[in-house]
Design a protein around this ligand. Structure first.
Ligand code: GUN
Length: 287
């Protein structure tokens, strides 16, 4: 069997076009969606991500501003900026690019973002809403994965889903979203003992461990849906996922490529969340 490709690039493009039309409609109602992206330091990967996010906003007609702060910025200065953005009516979404320098308390910073503007969905209030099945802003990569499954009409209800990785950004929230859609969900991590056997049971396998090529063909059930969240650089500078595409694509029914799978969906969902935040009056998300 040779897996069918889930083309995240094409799906993201069509979502972004739809969002652009929605932004044009909102502008006629005097709503101009706006995103502020905050970057502390000069991590090269983060600088590329931030640039791409800004460009994607502009292409969709979303106002965007970038705040680049030096590596030695004090936590209090960052909190001050966020407070200003929380109170800026032009800004509907605030994204603080991670990782932050080690002298800054990431949790304190994420908590300082107004939950209504938390387009990353990392605030504990939005995480709590996701856990309890309430409406809120949810993390972009997991949301992008769910949209991909939806786009390709892949059934989730009653399916056995295995998530490899337990990060707050991907593993935990995607597990909650799959559960919300009535999948039976197992999360595997570094201390999991029977990783191969568990993965082999998966109808839907989400690889979000950050370990290049760790999911191999022998870990896949025939016809499984395999979503690769990994973005790793090989020694040659090539982008590689957590999934060994060569062996896995021979057994899976569906697979996402790297690049061109989940990555483009994440940016599309950032725009989606920004538009959603712009449409929701503050009262919709009581804190
Ligand atoms: N760094 C890596 N991924 C992300 C993300 O999704 N959001 C933010 N804010 N920082 C990141």
């Amino acid at each position: 069997m040779s897996a069918q490709i889930m083309d995240g690039k094409a799906v993201a493009k069509s979502i972004r076009e739809g969002l652009k039309e929605e932004v044009d409609r909102l502008k006629k109602e005097d709503i101009y969606p706006g995103l502020a992206v905050v970057l502390v330091g000069d991590n090269p990967a983060s600088m590329i991500y931030v640039k791409n996010k800004g460009e994607a906003c502009r292409a969709a007609g979303i106002y965007s501003e970038e705040h680049r702060l030096p590596e030695d910025t004090k936590e209090s200065e960052l909190l001050e900026l966020i407070n200003r953005l929380n109170n800026d009516p032009r800004i509907h979404g605030i994204l603080v690019q991670l990782p932050l320098p080690s002298h800054i308390d990431k949790d304190r910073v994420l908590k300082s973002i107004s939950p209504e503007k938390d387009v990353d969905g990392f605030h504990e209030i939005n995480m709590g809403r996701l856990l309890t099945g309430q409406e809120g802003l949810v993390p972009c990569t997991p949301l992008g994965i769910m949209k991909l499954l939806e786009y390709y009409h892949i059934p989730v209800e009653g399916r056995f889903a295995v998530v490899v990785g337990r990060s707050n950004i991907v593993g935990k929230p995607v597990a909650m979203m799959l559960l919300q859609r009535n999948a039976t969900v197992t999360i595997c991590h570094t201390r999991t003992r029977n990783m191969t056997e568990t993965c082999r049971m998966a109808d839907i396998l989400i690889a979000a461990a950050g370990k290049p090529g760790m999911i191999t063909g022998d870990m896949i059930k025939d016809g499984a849906v395999v979503i690769d969240v990994g973005i790793n650089r090989s020694d040659m500078g090539k982008l590689i996922g957590d999934v060994d595409f060569e062996s896995v694509s021979k057994k899976a029914g569906w697979i996402t490529p790297v690049p061109g799978g989940v990555g483009p969906m994440t940016i599309a969902m950032l725009l989606y969340n920004t538009v959603k935040a712009a449409k929701c009056p503050k009262s919709r998300y009581p804190t």
